[in-house]
Write a protein that binds this ligand. Structure first.
Ligand SMILES: NC(=O)c1ccc[n+]([C@@H]2O[C@H](COP(=O)([O-])OP(=O)(O)OC[C@H]3O[C@@H](n4cnc5c(N)ncnc54)[C@H](OP(=O)(O)O)[C@@H]3O)[C@@H](O)[C@H]2O)c1
Length: 333
């Protein structure tokens, strides 16, 4: 079977022919349809977490934390899912024979969730990380994830997995149209044409000025920071006094400098999220709600482009350099 492997940290990503895993008792084998690319996959490959034990690090030479496919073999005595069930993965890094970037993935029944017939397997592969992270982050930030939500959310990077999921979730719960950003004028125009009303074009306006303009100076109730770097001070400034910024990542830079009084004087709060270390109850609660919303057709993960697995190296380059609008997937079909 085909698997995307790397032999050393920072080394090239190769497509290898390796044996299909044997099934120990209590396992299932999933024939993959699609697997998604996430920044963490590339960080693992680069060796950023090399001395960190699972669940943050991994020793597997095949990464991939998300994906969808069909169960083709099972040694699960409970028969949790019949052969032929379409499933998507809850998490991929702790799986016994490597992550989701391979044609056949060995797992336990509890590692997957069933996909109802008729749902799009590409969306299934693009759902979990962005939406689960966004929902947990919104709630950490004080967002009331229930019908009639009133909080105004700042969810940067309209085309990102987390940012776009946060926008769709805020809309589902009836919150005011969130404010978002785009890193290029072309992306901002594409977003506006697709119905995103409050897009700050970061080549024309700062987050600080854009939020001030869009809220008549009032600010937002919850801010997710996925950009980091030079954007974090403006994201802090965009908050109303007393409200919370949730620190999630640093797509635009890991080093940040801001004026402490901008946080302390208006008593704004800064809380970190690391989804992996959130309690199983918090993660499961978020995932159940995400699963339901997706199956009801109320949220739609964006897919920018699908590459055949043979082009996995180019897919990773595209993901990292070309600023996609939605997720980038590998196809095994
Ligand atoms: N803490 C957690 O638990 C957790 C969970 C999930 C994700 N994360 C982190 O949150 C961040 C966002 O995740 P994601 O999956 O939504 O990422 P993503 O889909 O790759 O999107 C990242 C966005 O960042 C923007 N960006 C700005 N500067 C960039 C640069 N120099 N290079 C690439 N992109 C840049 C891009 O938007 P523009 O083109 O509009 O600039 C891009 O859409 C990542 O850092 C990820 O590792 C953290």
């Amino acid at each position: 079977m085909k698997a995307v492997v790397y032999e050393e940290y920072g080394g090239p990503s190769l497509v290898a022919d390796i044996p299909v895993p044997e099934l120990p008792p209590g396992h299932i084998l999933v024939k993959m349809a699609y697997a998604a690319i996430n920044m963490r996959d590339l960080n693992l490959r680069a060796g950023l977490f090399r001395n960190i034990p699972p669940p943050l690090g991994t020793t597997a030479k095949t990464v991939g934390n998300e994906g969808s496919g069909t169960i083709v073999a099972s040694t699960d005595e409970q028969q949790t899912y019949p052969i032929g069930t379409q499933v998507y993965f809850r998490e991929g890094y702790h799986l016994p024979a490597g992550g989701t970037w391979q044609e056949y993935v060995l797992a336990k029944p509890q590692d997957v969730l069933p996909i109802q017939p008729g749902k799009d397997l590409r969306e299934a592969a693009a759902l979990r990380t962005g939406y689960q992270s966004a929902l947990v982050a919104l709630e950490i930030g004080g967002f009331q994830a229930q019908e009639g939500a009133t909080q105004l959310v700042l969810a940067p990077a309209v085309g990102s997995a987390v940012g776009n999921a946060a926008i769709q979730l805020a809309r589902v719960y009836g919150a005011p149209e969130p404010i978002t950003t785009a890193g290029s004028t072309a992306k901002a125009e594409k977003a506006r044409a697709s119905g995103y009303q409050n897009v700050i074009d970061l080549t024309q306006e700062s987050i600080r000025d854009g939020v001030r303009r869009l809220t008549n100076g009032a600010g937002v109730d919850v801010a997710l920071d996925i950009l980091g770097g030079p954007y974090m001070p403006d994201t802090i400034a965009a908050l109303k006094p007393g409200k919370t910024i949730v620190i999630m990542g640093g797509s635009a830079g890991l080093q940040v400098s801001f004026i402490i009084f901008d946080l302390v004087a208006p008593r704004k709060k800064m809380l970190p999220l690391n989804l992996i270390f959130e309690s199983p109850e918090v993660r499961w609660s978020a995932l159940q709600r995400i699963d339901r919303l997706w199956h009801e057709g109320r949220v739609h993960p964006l897919v920018d482009r699908v590459f055949p697995v043979s082009e996995a190296a180019e897919a990773q380059r595209y993901f990292q350099q070309d600023r996609p609008f939605g997720k980038v997937l590998l196809s095994f079909e």
